[in-house]
Design a protein around this ligand. Structure first.
Ligand code: PEP
Ligand code: MN
Length: 292
């Protein structure tokens, strides 16, 4: 890499000079494209991942899955283990929630991404999900990165809300260094001085990451804004900026959601958004991947 990259914490001069080389464009000039159940992640087609923040019950997840599948999503998102700020908030249904995701997958043909928060959950989440999500709060949970790497499942790694791009790349490097090359990087907004939105979506990160690494880069405009009415514009902007996919929260009844309802799209919003995403993708020579 031509940029000097060094870990800021616990660094020594000797290791600081060693960059995140496995993830770097220098080590691998072509884009990494991997196939998840027939879905080519990182290629010219843009991959849409959508679903509720949290799995709440079977009806909620299957209804939402049907809507997002019909509208053009390829991957269903939904948390069964939820990292909540308050210990009194809904913490997720655990393995029961994963089973509901698996039911929705068999009903719709969507693949499933779900978060793993703890090394002890990796095996269970990997039993049901096609992609393991490592959330923003765990981006530098190094034992979790290593344990998730040991599973053969692709990993969707979200940028820490206070992580620099270098730290993000080093976190991905952990996964590659521990034998798993299938990492999807997800920009999901960072903390800034601005309180009007939940986070500030750092769209600079998209073209910058595409320059620095060969890994697929996606954007989560739902957490990145925290505001439903801003998701549409920022999703379009993400594709214009070169993102390889989007991760979006959609709920069949957002006002009743147990988690992140105010940033969740209504199913009809999502269908409209996908139509507009097609236009932006086509303007830059890409298309939205469609399941057969
Ligand atoms: C999520 O995707 O549900 C989530 C908790 O995201 P993040 O880790 O980006 O906050
Ligand atoms: Mn959420």
């Amino acid at each position: 890499m031509d940029r000097k990259m060094g870990p800021e914490v616990c660094s020594t001069t000797s290791i600081a000079s060693r960059g995140p080389e496995l993830v770097s464009r220098e080590s691998h000039s072509e884009n990494t494209v991997f196939n998840i159940n027939g879905i080519p992640v990182g290629g010219t087609e843009v991959i849409l991942m959508a679903g509720p923040c949290a799995v709440e019950n079977e009806l909620q997840v299957t209804e939402t899955a049907r809507f997002v599948r019909a509208a053009g999503a390829a991957i269903l998102r939904g948390g069964a283990f939820k990292p909540r700020t308050s210990p009194y908030s809904f913490q997720g249904l655990g393995e029961d929630g994963l089973k509901m995701l698996a039911i929705a997958r068999s009903m719709t043909g969507l693949s499933v991404v779900s978060e793993v928060m703890d090394t002890r959950q990796v095996e269970t989440v990997a039993t049901y999900a096609d992609i393991l999500q490592i959330g923003s709060r765990n981006m530098q949970n190094f034992p979790l990165l290593k344990e998730a790497a040991r599973s053969s499942k692709p990993i969707l790694l979200k940028r820490g809300m206070m992580a620099t791009i270098d730290e993000f790349l080093y976190a991905a490097e952990y996964i590659l260094a521990h034998g798993n090359p299938k990492v999807i990087l997800c920009e999901r907004g960072i903390r800034t001085f601005e309180p009007s939105t939940r986070f500030t979506l750092d769209l600079n990160a998209v073209p910058l990451l595409k320059q620095l690494t060969h890994l697929p880069v996606i954007v989560d405009p739902s957490h990145g804004t925290g505001v439903r009415s801003l998701v549409h514009a920022m999703a379009l902007a993400s594709i214009a900026a070169g993102a390889d996919g989007l991760l979006m929260e959609v709920h069949h009844r957002p006002e009743e959601a147990l988690c992140d309802g105010s940033q969740s799209l209504y199913p009809s919003d999502f269908s409209t958004l996908v139509e507009d995403l097609r236009k932006v993708a086509s303007a830059i020579g890409r298309s939205i991947f469609k399941l057969p």
